[in-house]
Design a protein around this ligand. Structure first.
Ligand code: HMG
Ligand code: MG
Length: 298
């Protein structure tokens, strides 16, 4: 008994590019995001307003935001770590702001240079201001299953962070398997708890596919009635502050699965393939996506 409709958020232009050694020009990013905007994808995370010294690949976030051609049926969001990031994001144009932190102390420290407790007030100010500006606010929680520095993370730790972010006013929570290590029993254990706390429409699963478990984990999430997933075209990506982590689950592979299950996404396979080939050629390397449609075009 699957959901009828799944919403995919394409995070390729952010999560996908943030770890790339090769700097993709602003013009190429804009062209690519415009292609993605016409695939039928409903949400696109177009860049990240973090310190460009930390993430040089996305140093042109403002320029990208100003230049992309907005499709009115797409929600455009970006990653925002603090007020400085929010100011820049508002100037560039966003429909949604994504704040982010980790369930584990060490990853939070490596990734955003603060303890978990010191992160909350920083994010609270961003959440309040973004809400006042009428923007949707997503709260990303990273390392919800395992931390690259601390190992296994308990559901209790994750729930503590989720509860605080919800209390501070985020509209929805994206749960990140940052290093792509979870197996379905872990997903089940966490979702058992999470679904009692917030409506399923507000839960987003964000799987990296380091060990090829993401599709199995998505199946488990579908069984819980989860209808929203973050994916990256071609499987591009990874967090530079999570050693060994591979890209997000590929949009192409998830589409192949959902089409096969008869679940509607509104995404045009052909257009998605064209956008995949475009970015693969620009980056000059084969992307990890496994679906046939993607390989055929290369
Ligand atoms: P910090 O160094 O502690 O910040 O960094 P600070 O407030 O002390 O400021 C230091 C300098 O940074 C100052 O500049 C600020 O102006 C500048 P200076 O005076 O030295 O010249 N600065 C900024 N510049 C531009 N934009 C900003 C900004 N903020 C400060 N927004 C900070 C703290 C959070 C900014 C930093 O640690 C950072 O940028 N981290 C980003 C790390 C990152 O992007 N990681 C990847 C994304 S998260 C992810 O991939 C996981 C996810 O996909 C889910 C999952 O898979 O689990 C979401
Ligand atoms: Mg990620």
């Amino acid at each position: 008994n699957w959901p009828d409709f799944i919403t995919i958020k394409e995070v390729g232009p952010r999560d996908g590019l943030q770890n790339e050694k090769k700097f993709l020009s602003t013009e190429d990013k804009v062209t690519w995001i415009n292609m993605l905007s016409n695939t039928g994808i409903k949400e696109i995370e177009y860049s990240s307003f973090v310190n460009p010294k930390w993430i040089p690949a996305l140093a042109d976030a403002k320029e990208v935001g100003k230049r992309i051609k907005r499709n009115p049926s797409v929600l455009y969001s970006a990653l925002v770590p603090n007020m400085k990031g929010l100011e820049n994001a508002l100037e560039a144009g966003i429909d949604g702001a994504s704040v982010f932190m980790s369930a584990s102390e060490s990853h939070n420290l490596k990734n955003i240079n603060k303890s978990i407790d010191k992160t909350y007030p920083v994010l609270k100010e961003v959440i309040d201001t973004a809400n006042e500006e009428g923007k949707k606010v997503t709260g990303y929680v990273s390392t919800v299953f395992d931390c690259p520095y601390e190992g296994r993370v308990s559901p209790e730790q994750v729930l503590r962070v989720c509860d605080q972010l919800l209390e501070d006013g985020v509209d929805e929570i994206s749960l990140g398997d940052t290093i792509g290590s979870a197996v379905p029993s872990q997903v089940q254990a966490l979702l058992d708890e999470i679904v009692t706390r917030l409506p399923k429409e507000k839960i987003i699963m964000h799987f990296h596919d380091t060990r090829g478990m993401a599709i199995a984990n998505i199946m488990t999430s579908l069984q819980f009635g989860i209808t929203r997933f973050d994916t990256s075209i071609g499987g591009l990506g990874g967090c530079p502050y999570a050693p060994g982590a591979a890209g997000n689950v590929a949009t192409n592979d998830v589409l192949y699965l959902l089409n096969g299950l008869g679940i509607y996404t509104g995404i045009d396979e052909q257009k998605l393939q064209e956008a995949s080939i475009y970015i693969q050629n620009k980056l000059g390397k084969k992307l990890p996506s496994r679906s046939v449609a993607f390989i055929e075009g290369t």
